[in-house]
Design a protein around this ligand. Sequence first.
Ligand code: ADP
Ligand code: MG
Length: 595
Amino acid sequence: MEPTPKGRDRGHRTLSAEEKTQARQVSLRRIGRLFTPHRSALAVVTMIIVLSSIVAMATPFLLRTVIDSALPQGDVTLLVWLVLGMVAVAAVTSALGVVQTWISTQVGQRVMHRLRTDVFSHLQRQSLGFFTRTRTGEVQSRITNDIGGMQSVVTSTATAVAANLTTVVATAVAMVALSWQLSLVSLVVLPPAIWLTRRVARMRREITAQRQRELADLNVTVEEGLSISGVQLAKTLGTGPALIDRFTASSERLVDLELRSELAGRWRMASMSIIFAAVPAVIYLAAGLPGTAGTLSIGTLVAFTALQGGLFRPLMGLLNVGVSLTASLALFARIFEYLDLPVDVADPAEPVHLDRVNGHLRLQDVTFGYPGSDTAALAGITLDVPAGTSLALVGETGSGKSTLAGLVSRLHDPTAGRVTVDGVDLRDLRLADLAAIVGVVSQETYLLHTTVRENLRYARPGATDTEIEDAARAAQIHDLIAGLPDGYDTMVGSRGHRFSGGEKQRLAIARTLLRDPRILVLDEATSALDTETERAVQRAFDALAEGRTTITIAHRLSTVRDADQIAVLDHGRIVEFGTHDSLLGRNGRYATLAA
Ligand code: ADP
Ligand code: MG
């Protein structure tokens, strides 16, 4: 067996230490790349920022003139003009702010939309192995909780950066223009502010990583405790109270994490307010010291401290963006981890197109081992199934029958050897083409929460109602559907629990009939049924199998005796091969199973 590439086989319940390093490794450049398609929108936002900064710069100068000239000279005309100017500046900057918020929110939402759909389509392309390894609920949690968490960050980040940067830049420029000396004095707040911010950001990131993992746990508990199968299991095993305890504990840990996340940084706000409050005092001191006294007008001093006071909120806003961005690295790490998963069963770079499919299936010296398992599930399998003939696979549970079926529908690829249809390796066919060639009916039938008709149409979106009913008729299920309260428009309900095993089976057959595949794989499709039902379903199968290459996996020998070839599997190897009669005559494994 080939060693599994690193990362592919990693459990998705990652260790906290590992996740912490990952969070650190998420490059800001990669996050930045998400925004590259929106370069022009962001350029517009930048222009608006610059524009409003320039406009807003006027206010303190208007104020200085009010104090230093208009008021002392009692010049009412000048005063009115200055006041009108102040109002106009406020109006213009506010209007620009609205446009800015609109553009940046749109950019943020677009980025989130893109991430969400990328994650969805990337995971959709993952092989079955990924979903076997991953806890139910984990994927949902990442798509909803993690991307949802990012959504607020990315959207509000763009907006907050744009809005606050405008004010900070404008204020800073005006401050320097009023008095560069006092501006230098004001800079003393920056080092402690930045230091505090970085500390809080680190704390928040770790809390966020923990919180998202806890949210995923909670989701898994919901999935295990509140899905139909989960509830059934919990009721029959009496584990309800334990589940409630688990949920309660998980929820309590979340409360704690949310509290810590909220409070991390409250003390920072407090310290920052104190520091900022101290600055005007220092400025008055600086303005009145023997060396500097008299060099600044009162108007300058008042305008300057007003500016400086107005700097606190936007500056804190910007620093807070830093905090939430850093914290969101934990979210990005979890999403990028999914986006970075290699697709192990992928479309070929240069697909071969089969114009006419005969359905001649061959397995040549095929070996397959599940990742992480050191014994091969299948070894040295060679089979030749001519077009239109049937092959039956028999063998004990765990002998590798379903694994072989999975290779034919390319749920996984052989570790060695090849599987071909009409001489073409399955790996050279587009996955969509392969899905049209190979149809699978297994023991489990997944039904969607919609009407019976739509469940059937899911197999072929273009099918007409008549085609759907014809398929149902051939699958021996039409009469039953017609007898339902709303006929074909009856809702199937969660996972089709309202249907019995045999009914679901026949719905699956109807679906497969609609797809009309050349090769048919039936994996213990009738094993769960009683003999009576099986007979009805068997008739449906006979209708389905007609003229197609068929691989039937079955326990009951009644279903396999007519197969053109029968292979007996044991521990992943073919131990006997022949027809029903020849195998019975051999008196070996098959004869024992038949007895
Ligand atoms: P059968 O269908 O004949 O009952 P399977 O093909 O399902 O047998 O399984 C063959 C062997 O592969 C068994 O030993 C089983 O435990 C193992 N196996 C099946 N599925 C997986 C999986 N997803 N990961 C690891 N091992 C698996
Ligand atoms: Mg099986």
